[in-house]
Design a protein around this ligand. Structure first.
Ligand SMILES: Nc1ncnc2c1ncn2[C@@H]1O[C@H](COP(=O)(O)OP(=O)(O)OP(=O)(O)O)[C@@H](O)[C@H]1O
Ligand SMILES: Nc1ncnc2c1ncn2[C@@H]1O[C@H](COP(=O)(O)OP(=O)(O)OP(=O)(O)O)[C@@H](O)[C@H]1O
Ligand SMILES: [Mg+2]
Ligand SMILES: [Mg+2]
Lengths: 153, 168, 153, 168
């Protein structure tokens, strides 16, 4: 199990760097074991350095930079061990237009191997979707599904 | 295992039975503030075994049962059913001959709760075992609730091991 | 000081109800003292009931409903004791288009008595502003002010 | 007291001196992710006396000093100056004859920090007293940081008294 953990750590770390540089057009990202000699108990640090910036604590990153860092990490976990579906509730809310487009492009690629359910208010994200479900409260206080045909949007 | 269908009845703001099928690719769920989008996320977490009322934004688990509206009385039960297709036989041995697997969870106002796999009663433990090693579960890395995107950054280093162990 | 507290409580409570019904086109909102007989130490509960829905705990409200409830309360504090400026960093992020427009309309009205600084990615909010400041990192890692003339947007 | 001008030098990503004037009405501050918008909010909270490094997203207060970039070395000092107009004489008595009041805060890498009111050195206590009862302050109800909109809902009932006492 120690060997399996180290293998997973290496693979996720590699993918994390790969996806992160795709999102930020450069920069560096990685995972760090706090106690390298104790892989079965060690805590994990996340390191992220956007392009052109000095390396600093991830707590100093902006709202959008944090969201993209987490999305890069989640997608790298997926590439190592695919999950049958993703459920992301307004994950695009902190992103500016350019980063929303990068996010949706990557989702589109990954959606060939997994189903994506995205709750969103963002028009760029809606345009990308294969299917659109509208939720409404035509009767106040009671939710129902409005089947929306994509051509109508 | 791919998600095929979600059926919600009496769970939070879904008073009437509502069914969703999930075509492949990307499905966007849209609607005005307060219409019930995040309640769908809560329904999926709940049927997969979520035990914390606070994680579902309630004070007690009873808060997930439809509590009435201007014109309707509260209902007595919440029920969510999630159906997966099992074409590639990824489910554990005892379920391998089923082409579909459905899990159901019910909660009554009395506090009684019931779990089902393919319509036969089971325990929560059976549902957790069913999804072991499939990447499906209420705490899976692939379910990110609203305003929760930064949890991996705000969490302690020890808590982050959990997601790596999941993929190991 | 007990009298002053009770007076402020009453005034904020009235304004909160007024502004909340403006935002939600109805519904009810208010403040509750947990210990009415001990105004100098009591905790304060926030009660909010969107139009057409039953009264429930505020924790069950949606992301957008919570944001509008807080904005109603903050603006009602302002009407009782004006603050010279408001600084809201992406407060419009959880709002849908309809609620964003209600929010910006109210801000426009209040901005006659107070300055508003709004960080935003939302085009509806940008259109409302009297002045637009662009922040850029033309030199990577270094922020600078891009003076933007509103007509250029 | 109305805000007239904000000057930032060496604070977070603002390596060069940057000045903002605040016309009346609504000012929208826009720009791509990570460009420095929230750093402006932090600069205003900091000059008004914020003492918690964590509230400014750092681990130690030194994290607010410009830490370098691809082409620049870290600087040795962070400085923020906020200037108010005092036309209606709302400021406390000893400042009532000034038509403008400016507060400045500096932090050096050595850990030394300095406060100024109208260019003369003072203590943090003087700045807090200056703003007493004006509605201005790093914890004022009218400053809402990013992702912080729900703090009033998520806080405990006792913590909410604070905002009512501010207006009482
Ligand atoms: N048990 C319940 N019975 C009836 N209604 C409920 C129940 N629990 C929650 N609700 C209602 O559901 C609504 C919240 O729905 P939800 O959080 O899914 O909205 P949303 O579509 O995600 O909105 P947003 O875009 O603002 O995030 C609230 O108005 C709440 O009152
Ligand atoms: N001391 C410092 N020295 C240099 N750069 C810093 C310092 N502290 C923070 N930063 C940088 O400032 C950037 C964050 O800026 P900020 O949070 O203001 O962005 P923002 O414009 O609000 O973006 P968003 O739209 O994503 O919220 C980070 O990339 C961070 O590395
Ligand atoms: Mg929601
Ligand atoms: Mg920001």
């Amino acid at each position: 199990s120690r060997v399996r953990f180290l293998k997973a750590f290496e693979e996720v770390n590699d993918k994390f760097q790969e996806i992160y540089t795709k999102f930020f057009d450069g920069g560096k990202a990685g995972l760090k074991m706090l106690e390298e000699d104790n892989p079965l108990d060690t805590g994990i640090d996340i390191v992220a350095q956007p392009k052109g910036k000095r390396l600093q604590s991830i707590t100093l990153l902006s709202g959008g930079e944090k969201a993209l860092t987490v999305l890069s990490l989640i997608f790298s976990l997926f590439l190592v061990k695919p999950s049958p579906f993703f459920l992301l509730d307004e994950a695009d809310a902190p992103l500016d237009d350019a980063n929303t487009l990068r996010f949706v492009k990557l989702v589109k690629v990954l959606s060939e191997k997994s189903q994506f359910l995205l709750m969103t208010h963002n028009k760029n994200t809606m345009e990308l979707a294969d299917t659109l479900y509208g939720i409404t409260m035509q009767e106040p206080g009671v939710s129902s599904l409005l089947s929306v045909n994509l051509n109508e949007v | 295992m791919k998600i095929k269908k979600l059926e919600i009845l009496g769970f939070k703001s879904f008073a009437e039975k509502t069914s969703f099928t999930f075509p492949p690719g990307v499905t966007a769920i849209v609607g005005p503030n307060g219409c019930g989008k995040s309640n769908i996320v809560d329904a999926i977490k709940w049927v997969l075994g979520e035990q914390g009322a606070k994680t579902l934004r309630g004070r007690a688990m009873e808060d997930v049962i439809f509590n009435g509206s201007e014109k309707r009385k509260p209902t007595g039960m919440a029920e969510v059913t999630l159906t997966f297709s099992n074409e590639n036989g990824a489910a554990p041995r005892q379920y391998s001959e089923f082409s579909e697997i459905s899990v159901r969870r019910r909660l009554y106002r009395s506090g009684d709760s019931e779990y089902y796999i393919n319509n036969s009663p089971c325990r929560l433990k059976d549902i957790t075992e069913l999804f072991l090693d499939t990447g499906i579960g209420s705490k899976a890395y692939s379910i990110i609730g609203q305003n929760h995107i930064n949890w991996l950054i705000n969490s302690k280093p020890e808590e982050r091991r959990f997601v790596l162990e999941e993929v190991a």
